[in-house]
Design a binder for this molecule. Structure first.
Ligand code: NBP
Length: 477
């Protein structure tokens, strides 16, 4: 074998990863189920590096150095199992299969165990940055056995984005850990995007600004605390003129958001783990509500409430909205990191959360200056429960909260839906309450289901015979 690594699956992501690897001087074998794609790839990019195109999987594995390192970049789900099933009989013990697609972490865990039964080493790696990232430098979140990672570390670190000389690639943890972290990354991306959309809605319908004006505001915001890839491209999308109408392109795009599932998986796992992940989950629900376009059309004509119009011109609101966006973003990240911490404990992954913030600084969709602050927070407090408790974030939210509350009130008065802004504020207010109203929930549960409650002033579990003699009894011995 003469190729150091192989890539099977030459759609946009696989092709760009293969090109990225080859450009770093590594000989790459390439393969695709449909041979025409391999032929086209070699024709278009063959001269960019040392490629060996293989028509069959047999030929593909034959040209690989041992232990073989095979990146599988096919559609997530059944195709991944299909490709693994075809590879297993062709490989030797110690060979490494690397699934670099957006697989669910539970599938990765199962595949790791299945491959181990055949003496094969399986890795699940998260790759973020879209097409361009895959080609020019993605953020890479590798999960799997450390010994397997050691065999691919050099290649992965070299093709990853680099920030201040540090590659955006680090071993995340065993089995499904890499795909888990990639999933939460995508969930945070959903929240970030939803918060941006809510800010845009308020700037349009309450502050009375048009798309190009809002685009300029986002570009200005990109020079401060909010500096990030998503804020930057928001500025670009909003100022784009439509060739057909001559107006802003964004004004003629249908308001129905699609999704591929990683946000939903993040929210589902939050429910399983018992982590209050409100911002990401609201972002998923906001997309599903946006999809109900026909129902919304009917409801708009039927249901009462202020109709968000083009507000009067209120540039004084712009700063408040920026502060509300920033505070909500802090909450969204605090929740996402709290979820990774809970998953790390539940799965025994021993995740280094500061390292996750570090590898998200470049290459990926949520790349931002802000992540340096999160890295610093975990460097000082590795066992931090919640990012809000670090002085930097405590103060940032303290400074923003008056504006944040004004924005939530204003949106409510104007009938503008802001699920992520308002649920983040509710989370903040709930989290900082020493005593909330769940005492009543427990009272009700005990009334209708004898579910018992604990008392502030005595040890043990108690039940009151609410509807009988009203007497309280201790239920634990
Ligand atoms: P797609 O997800 O569109 O998958 C197309 C590839 O899967 C083609 O190579 C296709 O081969 C192959 N394939 C399928 Br479909 N079924 C197969 C089977 N049963 N056996 C073998 N090969 C099969 O490609 P993509 O957009 O490049 O994404 C690849 C992975 O990367 C996905 O998991 C995706 O979620 C993830 N990802 C994508 C992005 C992005 O920006 N697009 C970003 C980050 C991660 P064929 O040519 O023979 O049909």
């Amino acid at each position: 074998g003469q190729s150091r690594i192989g890539v099977t699956g030459l759609a946009v992501m696989g092709a760009n990863l293969a090109r990225n690897i080859a450009r770093h001087g590594v000989p790459v074998a390439v393969h695709n189920r449909t041979t025409a794609r391999t032929t086209e790839f070699i024709e278009a990019h063959g001269q960019e590096g040392t490629f060996t195109g293989a028509e069959t999987l047999e030929d593909f594995v034959a040209v690989l150095e041992k232990p073989r390192r095979i990146i599988v970049m096919v559609k997530a789900g059944a195709p991944v199992d299909g490709v693994i099933g075809e590879l297993v009989p062709l490989l030797d013990p110690g060979d490494i299969i690397i699934d670099a697609g957006n697989s669910h972490f539970a599938d990765t865990k199962r595949r790791t165990e299945d491959c181990a039964r055949h003496g094969l080493r399986f890795m699940g790696i998260g790759v973020s940055g879209g097409e361009e990232g895959a080609l020019l430098g993605p953020s890479i979140m590798p999960g799997g056995h450390p010994a397997a990672y050691a065999e691919v570390e050099e290649v992965l670190a070299s093709i990853a984005a680099q920030v201040d000389g540090t590659p955006c690639c680090t071993h995340v943890g065993p089995d499904g850990a890499g795909h888990y972290v990639k999933m939460v990354h995508n969930g945070i991306e959903y929240a970030d995007i939803q918060l941006i959309a809510e800010a845009y809605d308020l700037l349009t319908h309450v502050a009375g600004l048009d798309a190009p004006a809002i685009g300029s505001i986002f570009s200005e915001w990109n020079t401060g605390d909010l500096e990030s890839f998503l804020i930057e491209i928001t500025g670009k999308v909003l100022v784009k003129t439509d060739e057909r109408t001559g107006g802003p392109l964004v004004d003629v795009i249908v308001d129905q958001a699609e999704q591929k599932g990683t946000g939903r998986w993040t929210a589902i796992d939050a429910l399983e783990l018992g982590v209050p992940l409100t911002a990401i989950t609201e972002a998923v629900f906001a997309r599903t509500l946006s999809a109900l376009r026909d129902e919304r059309g009917a409801a708009a004509a039927t249901l009462a409430g202020p109709a968000p119009g083009r507000g009067e011109h209120r540039p004084d609101l712009v700063d408040d909205i920026r502060e509300a966006l920033y505070a909500s973003k802090v909450v969204a990240y605090a929740q996402g990191f709290a979820q990774m911490r809970a998953a790390s404990i539940a799965n025994g992954w021993n995740l280094d959360l500061g390292a996750m913030a570090t590898i998200w600084r470049g290459g990926c969709i949520i790349r931002a200056q802000f992540l340096n602050r999160i890295r610093d927070a975990y460097a000082e407090h590795p066992d931090l429960d919640n990012l809000l408790m670090v002085p930097y974030f405590t103060e940032a939210v303290a400074n923003a909260q008056d504006a944040w509350r004004r924005v939530v009130m204003m949106a409510t008065e104007h009938g503008v839906a802001i699920p992520a802004f308002s649920s983040s504020l509710s989370y903040y207010d709930g989290y900082r309450r020493e005593r909330g109203p769940a005492n009543l929930i427990q009272g009700l549960r005990d009334y209708f289901g004898a579910h018992t409650y604990r008392r502030l002033d005595a040890e043990g579990s108690f039940h009151t015979r609410w509807a009988q003699d009203g007497v309280e009894v201790r239920t634990d011995g």
